[in-house]
Structure formats: C-alpha cells, structure tokens
Design a binder for this molecule. Structure first.
Ligand code: HEC
Ligand code: HEC
Length: 291
C-alpha cells in the first residue's frame, strides 16, 4: 500500500489514482459518469411532475388525484356499466315468450349463445355433461329424441318446472315398477328391449305381445317414444340408465323416477328462455351459435 496522502497521477490516462494498489494494479479516481447524473436528474424531475399531475400519494383510505384527475377505478366502473347496459339490453329482449322469433334473430343469437354456454356449464353440465352428452341417470340433450319435447318452448317448461321436481307445475314422468309381473316374463321383456336398441327384436314374438300389452302406452308403438309422457325412446343408443338386459331387469323390478330440478326462481325468465334456445340447438353441435 502506498501512502494515501501522496497524490499520484496515472501516466497513461492522466487520472489521479485512489492510492489503492493490489499487487501492482492501481485503482483510478475517475469522476462519476455524467450520463448517470443526468439520468438521475431527469428521473427526479419526472417524479416531481408525476406527483403533481397523476394519482400518487396514498392518504389513508384515499390518495392524491393529481391535476389530471385520472382515475382507473372510475374508468373501469364506466366500462362495466356500459357492458351491463348492453347485456341488459339483449337479456331484456329474451323475456319475449315467442322463442321461435327469438331463435330466428341471428344477431341476437350471436351475442346470446356464448353467454348461454356459460350458463349451461355453470348450472346444467354437472348432470347433463358439458356438451349435453348425458351420463348414467341423466338424459342426452344433444340428440334428436326427447323424453318430453325438443321444441324450445317445451324445453323452457321443462327447465322452469323440472321433472318430478319440487314444483307445483312440475312434469311428472315415472317408469312404474313391474315387480308384480312373473320374473320369467320380465326376463323375456328385458331381452326384447335390449333387442329394440340393437334392431334385433322380433315383432312377431310373444315378447312383442308382452311389450304391446304393458309398455306401448307410454313408450310408443315399437318403443320409439315421443308420446310426451316422459318415456324415452327405446330404439336409439342414447340410454339413460342402460339398455343391457341386466339393467332393464333392474328398471322393471324397481321402476325409475328421475328428478330434473325446477329452475324457476333460481334462474330468471330470460335465462330460462336463453337456455331453452341453447338446448334446442345442442343437437347441432357443442358450439351452436350460428345455427
Ligand atoms: C341434478 C341433476 C340435473 C341438473 C343440475 C339439471 N338436470 Fe336436466 N335433467 C335431469 C334428469 C335426471 C332428467 C331426466 C328426468 C327423467 O328421468 O324423467 C333431466 C331432464 C332434462 C330435460 C328433458 C330432456 C328431454 O329429453 O325432454 C331437459 C331439457 C333438461 N333436463 C335441461 C336441463 C337444463 C337446461 C339444466 C340447467 C339449467 C338442467 N337440465 C340441469 C337432471 C338434471
Ligand atoms: C306409465 C308409463 C310407462 C310405462 C307403462 C312403461 N314405462 Fe318405461 N319408462 C317410463 C318413463 C317415464 C321412463 C323414464 C323414467 C326416468 O327417466 O326416470 C321409462 C324408462 C324406461 C326404461 C329406461 C330407459 C333408459 O334409457 O335407460 C326402460 C328400459 C323402460 N322404461 C322399459 C319399459 C318396459 C319394458 C315397459 C313395459 C313393461 C315400460 N317401460 C312401461 C314410462 C313408462
């Protein structure tokens, strides 16, 4: 270490050294870079201007607004209000009970269907599946056959009042138990019903006679359903509980009493209409906005 009090000038750069010496390497005493000083001055000046013009200082529950009075919160609220008014606008139109007219309004459907999908996912998908594909105990909503009806106004009634639900106007549809019937007859019927789905049922067999006597009144001639009593078609692949002989035996022995909750009171009329239009279109695919 050299003596710190003797001033030493570096012969190459002309700068003073700090006097520190590490094994012959000396540290130069160069001035603080001007660029950095300017940058500090400018950022300080900017911060002072920003304090004056923009919201800056917290004041407990409030804050200084600045001369420009900018307020992101107020802007967000205005944006939200505009959005809500727009939504209210088309939602109000959906209270119109003439669903056919609503459904043919392509512009309205284009804004409404994405909202309908979210509503369906939030309220219905847990039972009926995200695309209405159904599941064990819950009917398919995306096919051509219906327990009740695929007409949007009828679907709205189903959603509003439910099926076998806790609602004075609920639809009632029950598969009675056939436990009084000879077990052998039930076995014959179960095989016949499984055959209906596979297209192998023999319409001339004694089983067909048993079916005609006991089942056709609700399930329709040939089991094609669609009589508006809540009994499903037995001729398609969209089964609720299962159409293998063992499950049909269970259905015949104990009956079935599926419950679809009533949504009146939980969803608004506009939302129910919206969902009815949505469900009526599900058979055309999961994203039915343009049909
Ligand atoms: C807790 C389960 C559950 C929820 C949630 C539910 N459903 Fe259902 N839904 C059912 C059951 C079960 C049936 C069939 C009832 C029967 O077996 O008779 C049904 C039947 C239906 C039907 C009649 C189908 C036809 O073929 O006629 C429609 C339409 C329907 N639901 C729409 C909806 C909509 C829309 C929602 C959402 C708002 C919804 N469901 C929510 C259980 C549910
Ligand atoms: C009083 C009307 C009625 C009669 C009579 C009736 N059913 Fe049903 N059946 C229904 C209803 C309603 C359902 C739907 C029940 C539900 O979803 O909870 C149903 C459901 C079924 C199912 C379940 C279908 C599936 O997709 O899982 C089978 C199988 C069935 N019936 C077979 C029969 C047979 C066989 C007979 C004659 C012995 C018969 N039903 C008589 C009303 C009836």
């Amino acid at each position: 270490m050299s003596d710190p009090h003797t001033r030493e000038v570096d012969p190459v750069t002309g700068h003073d050294t700090t006097g520190h010496d590490w094994n012959g390497i000396k540290e130069l005493n160069t001035p603080f870079p001007r660029l950095v000083i300017w940058a500090l001055v400018l950022t300080f000046a900017y911060s002072v201007i920003a304090w004056v013009l923009l919201p800056a200082w917290p004041l407990g529950r409030d804050y200084t607004r600045g001369l420009w009075g900018l307020d992101q919160g107020a802007e967000a609220v205005t944006g939200y209000r505009e959005l809500a008014t727009e939504r209210q606008d088309w939602l109000t139109r959906l209270t119109n009970p003439d669903l056919a007219a609503l459904g043919s309004d392509a512009a309205l459907m284009a804004v409404a269907m994405p909202a309908a999908r979210r509503l369906f996912e939030d309220n219905c998908a847990a039972c009926h599946g995200a695309t209405g594909q159904g599941g064990p105990g819950f009917p398919v909503l995306s096919d051509e056959t219906w327990l009740w009806s695929g007409d949007p106004e009828e679907i709205a009634t189903t959603i509003r009042h439910g099926i076998n639900a806790d609602d004075p106007d609920t639809r009632l549809g029950e598969m009675p138990a056939f436990d009084w019937m000879e077990r052998s007859d039930r076995t014959v019927l179960a095989r016949f019903v499984a055959g209906l789905r596979d297209g192998t049922a023999d319409a001339q067999s004694p089983a067909a006679q048993l079916f005609a006597d006991n089942c056709v009144a609700c399930h329709g001639e040939g089991g094609q359903g669609g009589l508006g009593v809540g009994a499903p078609s037995l001729t398609d692949r969209a089964v609720i509980y299962g159409q293998d002989p063992a499950t049909v035996m269970e259905t015949l022995r104990q009956g079935r009493h599926g419950v679809m909750p009533a949504w009146a009171g939980r969803l608004s009329e506009a939302e129910i209409n919206l969902l009815a239009l949505y469900v009526a279109r599900l058979r055309h695919g999961a994203e039915p906005a343009t049909q």
